[in-house]
Design a protein around this ligand. Structure first.
Ligand code: BGN
Length: 383
């Protein structure tokens, strides 16, 4: 009898151990099952998201992945603003766009783009290189072009910059403007119109050339003419065309953030193709600094149009400081010339434009159009 006691104990321990082991095994099995189920759910979810990515490229409903990064943006117009568009996300999926053949049209771009950040911090002290700008803007295509991937822009906008020896400014301009334009959902191309040689600079003639050359490249509806040293300080200043010719740069730092005079139309302006043709383009006969923008303003008002402008709190600009350019001295004839716009605009403009196109080069961030435009006619002798 005393022998049977430890035997019973042993048997009971075995039994209990067996039950516990059985329970543990059951629990492990259950855990495996739950794990498997979760894995299946996740797998199908990711799969459906992938499908969603494809479909947003093909114009289907893309609400799920839309604007993933908006809240990450901070108002400094740099890498964060690139994230703000969510484009890098789209970029990685781009090669797969041909998979579904049934492409539906994209929805129209919203009137007020949702990814804007408002006021921007603009500074010119950090070192800038084209390589850096290129890295920041992987979705800009050859020639400095961009089309919003997720909506259809109403207008196609050519941005035209008259240029000579301002490579340093151009880097900053590209660094700030590409991300801004992307956030604004603008379908655009950048054209640098480079005056070759060292004869007197002629801004308005270069702008006429920009209009002409951009149209050879694509069907643009809208033309924005910008100096290379002017950077908008607010991305709500939308770079497209309006019912009336637009003056964008209405509050520059160098003028104390207000218009220097009521009829000022300098710096950055924009006209639709029709508005531009209505005024016979810009004058070709303003050589040197000043007056050409006043002539354009006259053309606009003389042709029954009005200048439209953004709110003064939004139309703010920073100008990159620089020395006065060589061969762009103030034009002494400008005072006289702006008195005669009514007569001269009929014969001097896009209908009389002559130049020699030397080279068109498509760089990753812009298209360079190098031209010879001649020189001012000799001044008639006095007396
Ligand atoms: C004006 C110039 C503009 C220039 C602005 C701002 C003239 C014409 C004679 C009155 N106009 O005075 O071309 O954009 O200053 O700098 O000089």
């Amino acid at each position: 009898m005393p022998d049977t006691v430890p035997w019973i104990c042993l048997e009971m321990t075995r039994l209990m151990l067996g039950r516990t082991l059985e329970r543990i095994c059951k629990a492990v099995l259950l855990l495996c099952l739950v794990h498997f189920l979760i894995m299946m759910i996740l797998y199908f979810d990711v799969y459906s998201q992938r499908f969603d990515i494809f479909s947003r490229f093909n114009g289907r409903n893309f609400s799920r992945t839309h604007h993933y990064y908006y809240n990450l943006s901070r108002p400094n117009g740099t890498f964060a603003s690139y994230l703000a568009t969510g484009d890098h996300f789209l970029h990685s999926a781009r090669p797969e766009t041909n998979i579904t053949p049934t492409a539906k049209p994209l929805p129209p771009c919203p009137e007020v783009p949702p990814g804007l950040v408002g006021r921007l911090l603009i500074e010119f002290s950090s070192a800038m290189t084209l390589e850096r700008v290129q890295k920041e803007n992987p979705n800009v295509t050859e020639g400095g072009k961009y089309t919003p991937p997720d909506c259809r822009a109403k207008q196609k906008v050519a941005i035209i910059i008259p240029f000579r020896h301002r490579d340093h400014h151009l880097k900053y301009w590209l660094h700030y403007l590409h991300p801004i334009l992307r956030r604004q959902k603008i379908d655009y191309g950048i054209y640098i119109i480079n005056q070759l040689g060292e004869d007197t600079f002629n801004r308005a003639k270069l702008l006429n050339i920009g209009y002409t050359e951009a149209l050879k490249d694509a069907e643009y509806d809208c033309f924005i003419f910008s100096d290379v040293d002017l950077i908008p300080m607010d991305d709500r200043n939308l770079y497209h065309c309006y019912d009336q010719p637009r003056h964008f740069a209405i509050a520059m730092d160098k003028f104390g953030f207000r218009l220097p005079y009521a009829g000022y139309f300098g710096g950055v302006s924009g006209l639709s193709r029709n508005q531009f043709l209505k005024i016979n383009g810009f004058p070709n006969e303003y050589w040197g600094w000043g007056g050409e923008d006043d002539d354009i303003y006259n053309r606009i008002t003389l042709n029954g149009m009005k200048v439209s402008r953004p709110d003064v709190r939004i139309g703010r600009y920073r100008m990159i400081k620089h020395e006065r350019d060589k061969h762009n001295e103030p034009n002494p004839q400008r005072f006289n010339k702006i008195q005669n716009t009514k007569v001269t605009m009929k014969r001097d403009g896009i209908n009389s434009l002559q130049y020699r196109l030397v080279q068109v080069t498509k760089y990753p961030l812009y298209t360079n159009v190098s031209v010879e435009i001649g020189k001012p006619p000799p001044r008639p002798p006095r007396g």
